[in-house]
Design a protein around this ligand. Structure first.
Ligand code: ADP
Length: 642
């Protein structure tokens, strides 16, 4: 039943990516096979998972295999699986687009950075564009697939030139068959239809795939004596050997997580990682563990060397494959890893697990909870023991998501606090730990100071830090949105309070009451002028050189938080802020002079508004009436220049 054929265009970013892949990965061509095999293996995993609840989906005695069929004469190579297959809509969704968020933006940036940008395998790995790697070796790709449980099939075909065709077709069995029509082979290039080449690639990249990868190969056997052709004197005249064909399994299917550490080579660890993660980079680190005792299980976990683009996307799944005695259960066992470790890939094999466990039960399962606790503990240990350089690399990629743990994992909050790093007013652009901060604290310093905001330069120059700088106190510069949650949850570290440099009083040099009284009446007046914008005017404990700044009460929302909420389309509650004025600044005493002479002086009103605007500008905010501001400043300059 061949349905109507329709020709469609790839999404622009797919075609862009395709071109980049084809141009960039020439010297890595052979990995197309690994990618197709990984997809096939995933498809079988998915089907087996589905069969736990839909037992009659396919024949119970189905033997799951991946088959490679080369055809030297026609220069094709076919990879087929009897996995879950795809429906018409799934083909459209999975093969014509790249679902990953951020891809389009990334490609745009690449485009802007220069026309001849080359995409390295490392970069491509982050998209998981496995299937498209077929076009490095093929000038036409045909995919025929039938979803398990459905009686229709779909044929998708493309020459990788911007469009593809899709139509309904027939296919006897469920699963997917991908046929690559190979490009012309140049001299001294590998022949991907050659048995030797295929064996070699499978052995190198896909040996541990847990389903047999089968190829029908030609073999030679000796012809038995009694079947040989002999002449009248009994001498053999015909062939002594004959050729026959047979299915061969190309991979050993050894579960490397079940092996002893000593028996696994670095290369094997690496290849296994690439298989389960669909990442093309080497992992940064792995841990291979065997737990014995009340809970017994094996775990092999990997830390990628690069964060994927969608690290923070809520749809992003973590990639822990769950097995029970080497039998696959599910490929995305979220229950085993907290959100802040959602970048960890790996396998957990727990022999005591119920094979038919559902996701719902899994959440409450005592054993699963125990394993999760242990894995988190081991990972935290791994990170805290990592050598400095490696840790910096890790932190650079995953520090942001790790910090979420401080907010969400109360039990491990303190351990995670040991792992976080910040730039500070004194660290010279380097990241330091809270431990280092405490070690560097001044003898009389009691609290840990921090300031939050999106722009490092603005923070470094924030007027709020003037008094702290004069004391030579270090301040943590927090520029990551998640830092707002860190400071909400991490109230103290090693008994030292975390104190905002922006909110509340600093208690550094107390302002005595008589000084306060001296200015009370002027400040009351300024407050009346700015009534709608601020809740209080007070002498500042933050400022040294600047005249004014805005601050909040200790538990008010920070200006960074307010900005973030606005940016995400939410309406933060209107919180009026406090206008802090520097009473040792000549401007304030001069304003006091005017005030005492004539409260109604227009200049006084203008200056009040200027103080407010200057405070907003100094923290990178937008003032209400910029033209009025520049007019007043212009007039002031003219006066000063006279
Ligand atoms: P990735 O595998 O990293 O998601 P690919 O571009 O290789 O990216 O594949 C895109 C999607 O197409 C897969 O996520 C999967 O849903 C689907 N797919 C690819 N190959 C197969 C297959 N052999 N059987 C079923 N689905 C497949």
């Amino acid at each position: 039943m061949a349905g109507k054929k329709s020709t469609r265009k790839f999404k622009t970013e797919v075609q862009q990516l395709l071109n980049l892949i084809i141009n960039s990965l020439y010297s890595n061509r052979e990995i197309f096979l690994r990618e197709l095999i990984s997809n096939a293996s995933d498809a079988i995993d998915k089907l087996r998972f589905k069969m736990q609840t839909e037992t009659d989906l396919v024949d119970a005695d189905t033997e799951f295999t991946i088959r490679i069929t080369p055809d030297e004469e026609n220069r094709t190579i076919e990879v087929s699986d009897n996995g879950i297959g795809m429906t018409y809509d799934e083909v459209l969704e999975n093969i014509g687009t790249i679902a990953k968020s951020g891809t389009a933006a990334f490609l745009e940036a690449m485009e802007e950075s220069g026309k001849d940008t080359v995409l390295t395998p490392e970069l491509i790995g982050q998209f998981g564009v496995g299937f498209y790697s077929s076009f490095i070796v093929a000038d036409k790709v045909t995919l025929i697939t039938s979803a398990a449980g459905s009686d229709t099939a779909v044929k998708w075909e493309s020459a990788g030139d911007g469009s593809y065709t899709i139509q309904e077709t027939d296919k006897e069995t469920h699963g997917t068959t991908i046929t690559l029509h190979l490009k012309e082979q140049e001299d001294n290039e590998q022949d991907f239809t050659a048995e030797y080449t295929i064996r070699h690639i499978v052995k190198q990249h896909s040996d541990f795939v847990s389903y047999p990868i089968i190829m029908n190969v030609e073999k030679t056997e000796p012809i038995p004596e009694n079947e040989q052709i002999k002449d009248s004197e009994g001498k053999i005249v015909g062939e002594t050997t004959r050729k026959y064909r047979e299915d061969d399994t190309l991979n050993s299917m050894k579960a490397i997580w079940a092996k002893d550490k000593k028996e696994v080579t670095d290369k094997e660890y690496e290849e296994f990682y690439k298989h389960i993660s669909h990442d093309w980079n080497e992992p940064l680190e792995h841990i291979h563990m065997k737990f014995e005792g009340t809970t017994e299980y094996n775990a092999l976990l990997y830390i990628p060397s690069q964060a994927p683009f969608d690290l923070f996307s809520p749809e992003r799944k973590n990639r822990i494959h769950l097995y029970c005695k080497r039998v696959f259960i599910m490929d995305d066992c979220q229950e085993l890893m907290p959100e802040y470790f959602n970048f960890v890939h790996g396998v957990v094999d727990a022999p005591d697990l119920n094979l038919n466990i559902s996701r719902e039960i899994l959440q409450q399962d005592h054993l699963v909870r125990n394993i999760r606790k242990n894995l988190v503990k081991k990972l935290l240990e791994l990170f805290s023991n990592m050598e400095k350089e490696k840790y910096e690399k890790f932190y650079d990629e995953f520090g942001g998501i790790l910090k979420i743990g401080i907010h969400t994992d109360f039990a491990n909050k303190d351990k995670i606090a040991e792992l976080i790093r910040y730039k500070t007013t004194k660290s010279d652009d380097k990241l330091i730990s809270l431990k280092d901060y405490v070690t560097n604290m001044k003898a009389e310093q009691e609290d840990i100071y921090y300031i939050t905001g999106e722009n490092l330069t603005a923070l470094l120059n924030s007027p709020h830090l003037e008094a702290l700088k004069e004391k030579d106190y270090e301040v943590l510069l927090m520029t990551d949105p998640v830092d707002e949650f860190v400071v909400q949850s991490l109230m103290e570290y090693e008994g030292k309070k975390l104190k905002s440099a922006e909110k509340g009083d600093l208690d550094l040099d107390k302002i005595d009451d008589s000084t306060k009284d001296e200015y009370a009446s002027l400040f009351e007046h300024i407050k009346t002028v700015l009534e709608e914008k601020i809740k209080e005017v007070k002498p500042s404990t933050h400022l040294k050189d600047s005249v004014s700044c805005l601050s909040g009460d200790t538990y008010d929302m920070s200006s960074f938080m307010e900005k973030m909420l606005k940016a995400s389309g939410q309406k933060p509650p209107e919180i009026k802020r406090v206008l802090e004025l520097n009473i040792s600044h000549p401007v304030i005493s001069k304003m006091k002079g005017i005030y005492e002479k004539d409260k109604k002086d227009q200049a006084l009103k203008d200056y009040c508004e200027l103080l407010m605007d200057m405070a907003i500008i100094s923290e990178g905010g937008k003032i209400d009436n910029p033209s009025k501001f520049s007019k007043t400043v212009g007039e002031l300059m003219a006066d000063a220049l006279e």
